[in-house]
Write a protein that binds this ligand. Structure first.
Ligand code: HEC
Ligand code: HEC
Ligand code: HEC
Ligand code: HEC
Length: 454
């Protein structure tokens, strides 16, 4: 009998000690979440289940959920969210609207914001604490939220007239701000060189430094989730913590780390698993187990951005339609003819093709309602904006990834001219579409095996 009682008692005591231990690790009022580096990722394309993460729509859904759980949580936007393709104005405008709707506590003025500053409204809520005094940029030099002082540092030599690099003078300015605001907790949102990061870290001015991802370019790294380098960068608390690239997840900090909706046993399990792979994670640092919330597809349904997304889709569809005439004219002049006309002479190749997923690539887009989005269409049809596909009704034979996607326009060849002059498709053509994040498993030998037709 006694023994039966002892066990639960011990457990309760253990649990109490355990909870106290967690509490002591976490200061009150320091819950924060950070994201950034979306680089145009509005919504995961769905091309590849293993890279199906992130995007501003899911981000909004997750943040809304977090705020319901913890209304006080600080939210940091590390910037660099706009599309690297500056010409897609519809997309940029949508992103600007969507991101300001997230009502982040602080937003770093980063590379993309600098490059596209003409699109940002005057008085936008951006943060930059190393602005050149002579610069006309309209940003805040610091933000004080719930006794937390937040500074922002972005430096790139390209923008020297607007920015000053980190040095003793800048440090003195920051120290002055700290004194005036009487802040104990200081957080820096950082984007710049490693050497600057090290210097700033050494100054010991900041409680936490949160950095954006220094990797250049738009593409997101589908291995980011497991990448030991990213993991180390996120965990290396002596220096900084890094937000996941392309907005595929939200970095959790302070007491926000224990609030994620996962059971303790799951956290333990995760710790065990991760611990065997990386030395950086020490057992006992429980709060590190929930460092990132990955933005998975289940969030899509609940996004507060759904209406905004729908109007964006409408805008894209309008663009698609407004370019119909230009596409039609280009098509009239081009040498595209369509896959069906190859059949009479290349019967077996055509048979194989008809049963491949390439043949159904446009159907696939229709199933997810994206058949009028030029961003999707370009990889799911033949010769988009190159004189090929115009629209489903005008050029049905060019919908889907047809013969001429890989072999080039062949009207003349099909009509008996230009025989023996053309070269067969190079295997490198696959790389126009089978790239990350659309096709992370692509391996020419394996994929070719599925569609070979010679
Ligand atoms: C214009 C873009 C484009 C090019 C170029 C392209 N593909 Fe594809 N590929 C697609 C799309 C889109 C799909 C998915 C179609 C669907 O499921 O609706 C696909 C699907 C496939 C699949 C089916 C995958 C599976 O798991 O069943 C294979 C295999 C494939 N491609 C091989 C290739 C190879 C090999 C090349 C180069 C010789 C190539 N593709 C070039 C766009 C392209
Ligand atoms: C850069 C080229 C590219 C773009 C742009 C692109 N796709 Fe794809 N898509 C592919 C390729 C390649 C595949 C096949 C991937 C594989 O099987 O390895 C694919 C497959 C798919 C599939 C089939 C997934 C499955 O497993 O059945 C869907 C759905 C899809 N794409 C939707 C979209 C949507 C929606 C967009 C626009 C938001 C889009 N695609 C934009 C290249 C592209
Ligand atoms: C996804 C890209 C892709 C599509 C779609 C495709 N092909 Fe090919 N095709 C290739 C590649 C790659 C080769 C091999 C080239 C090589 O081995 O050098 C090839 C080879 C061929 C060859 C043989 C050339 C030779 O030198 O023996 C013929 C003929 C051919 N394709 C016709 C077609 C026809 C007809 C269609 C449509 C029904 C089609 N292909 C669709 C990529 C494609
Ligand atoms: C009237 C018959 C005929 C039609 C239609 C035809 N071809 Fe061919 N094709 C040939 C013959 C014959 C050869 C081999 C002689 C040569 O190399 O020209 C050939 C060779 C090829 C080759 C391999 C050599 C090369 O030129 O790259 C490819 C690829 C090819 N055709 C693709 C196509 C595609 C794609 C279509 C449809 C748009 C098509 N062909 C329509 C008769 C035809």
């Amino acid at each position: 009998m006694v023994n039966l009682f002892m066990k639960p008692c011990k457990l309760v005591i253990l649990a109490a000690v355990f909870v106290l231990h967690i509490k002591s690790l976490l200061a009150d009022n320091d819950a924060w979440l950070a994201f950034g580096d979306l680089r145009g990722n509005i919504e995961s394309c769905g091309c590849d289940p293993s890279t199906d993460l992130g995007g501003v729509s899911r981000l909004a859904a997750q943040l809304a959920m977090e705020r319901r759980l913890r209304p006080d949580v600080l939210i940091f936007d590390l910037g660099n969210n706009l599309d690297p393709d500056s010409t897609n104005l519809t997309k940029q405008k949508f992103l600007i609207k969507a991101l300001s709707g997230l009502k982040s506590s602080a937003r770093l003025f980063n590379h993309r914001e600098m490059a596209l500053k003409h699109l940002l409204k005057e008085g936008e809520d951006f943060l930059l604490s190393n602005k050149n005094p002579t610069s006309s940029l309209k940003t805040k030099s610091f933000i004080l939220e719930k006794n937390v002082l937040i500074l922002g540092y972005f430096f790139n030599a390209h923008y020297q007239t607007d920015l000053v690099p980190y040095d003793q003078k800048l440090l003195a300015t920051w120290q002055k701000i700290q004194k005036e605001q009487q802040a104990k907790t200081m957080i820096l949102l950082f984007s710049g060189q490693e050497t600057d990061l090290k210097q700033i870290s050494k100054s010991q001015l900041f409680t936490t430094i949160i950095r954006s991802n220094p990797k250049p370019g738009p593409a997101f790294d589908p291995t980011e989730k497991e990448n030991p380098n990213s993991l180390a960068l996120r965990l290396n608390d002596s220096l900084s913590m890094q937000v996941p690239l392309a907005g595929v997840g939200i970095l959790r900090g302070g007491s926000a780390q224990e609030s994620a909706a996962q059971s303790l046993s799951a956290i333990f399990k995760e710790l065990e698993n991760t611990n065997s792979k990386t030395q950086e994670i020490k057992p006992g640092l429980l709060n590190e187990a929930k460092l990132v919330s990955w933005l998975t597809s289940d969030l899509q349904k609940e996004s507060p951005l759904t209406d905004l997304m729908l109007s964006y889709e409408e805008e894209m569809a309008k663009e698609f339609t407004s370019n119909l005439k230009a596409r039609h004219e280009a098509n009239q002049k081009s040498n595209y003819i369509g896959s069906s006309s190859c059949k009479s002479c290349h019967n077996s190749a055509s048979e194989i093709f008809a049963h491949s997923r390439h043949a159904k690539a446009f159907e696939t887009l229709k199933k997810v309602g994206k058949q009028n989005n030029p961003e999707c269409v370009r990889c799911h049809v033949v010769g988009f904006s190159q004189g090929g596909f115009v629209s489903e009704s005008q050029t049905p034979e060019l919908a889907g990834v047809g013969c001429e996607t890989c072999h080039g326009p062949r009207k003349n060849h099909g009509l008996g001219q230009e025989r023996g002059q053309e070269k067969a498709a190079a295997s490198s053509v696959c790389q126009n579409c089978h790239i990350n994040p659309h096709s992370s498993a692509f391996d020419f030998t394996k994929y070719w095996e599925k569609i070979k037709h010679r």
